[in-house]
Write a protein that binds this ligand. Sequence first.
Ligand SMILES: Nc1ncnc2c1ncn2[C@@H]1O[C@H](COP(=O)(O)OP(=O)(O)OP(=O)(O)O)[C@@H](O)[C@H]1O
Length: 318
Amino acid sequence: MALLNRFNYTSPPPLPSFTKSPSTSTLFTFSTLPRNRRLNRKFPSFKLTATLTADTTAGSVSNGGQPKLLLEVKDLTAVISESGQKILNGVNLSIYEGEIHAIMGKNGSGKSTFAKVLVGHKDYEVTGGSVVFKGENLLEMEPEDRSLAGLFLSFQSPVEIPGVSNSDFLQMAYNARRRKLGQPELDPLQFYGYIMPKLEMVNIKADFLNRNVNEGFSGGEKKRNEILQLAVLGAELAILDEIDSGLDVDALRDVSKAVNALMTPTNSVLMITHYRRLLEFIKPTYIHIMDEGRISKTGDISIASILEKEGYKAMSST
Ligand SMILES: Nc1ncnc2c1ncn2[C@@H]1O[C@H](COP(=O)(O)OP(=O)(O)OP(=O)(O)O)[C@@H](O)[C@H]1O
């Protein structure tokens, strides 16, 4: 407590409860969080050595040294809830621990919809097929439970959350994950020690934490912030939807470096991209082409090279 007072921290108010994701969807929504709620604390700009690490890979079970099947999607079909329009037309995909998968495909082929269906976005209704994540039926889980189980989606257009500071958001989300894992929550000072190396990893300044989530952030800053969330929360499967869009070369390098640094033998990445450039930084195990709501082709990095030279017409003829 003495240390807390030294850094001018006040006790945080009770943690808000998490409710179902909104249509704009972010990791969590805070039903009990009043707008303009601010904790009376600011993150100081000096460095503090991290003193705490958290096990974010708990729950992974090794399978006699063999990589474990993390995600298995079979014949997944989905429609837009409101209109009933079919978007996913039988997606099949298996991702094992330690693998990096990339999905490419024409605009409107269903890539983002697939990602959002996986995290339980309410705009879409699953009409058939199955999704098993870490041995559990993902489709029966609430969006928050999917996140707490270790699924992370960085959105193509990250939402702003007015009145909620980045630090509060991250601390609450991280403590929710720790509770799920049966670990004690971190107080603000412990959380500060935990997050500092993550900020360095993504090359984000500490004063970012005092700003409201994504409010006024540039496109590139929003993307970095998404990766900061990933670094803080940890995830067995991180889905990165066009994490490269809007990034300058340095930012792309920083973000890719952070994603690579977060890879362990037991977690995986599924990234959606239009460009080979990202794949040069984050090397995929497999590249899939999505076409009209299903995966029509799977291969290695050579697919991206063909695409870049010849476009999607080459995909139908190979
Ligand atoms: N909530 C929605 N309401 C209406 N149409 C939607 C909705 N979500 C997706 N769609 C439509 O479904 C199709 C697939 O969209 P999706 O965003 O999944 O494509 P994508 O492959 O990610 O495209 P891009 O490469 O342009 O990001 C598009 O025609 C899109 O307009």
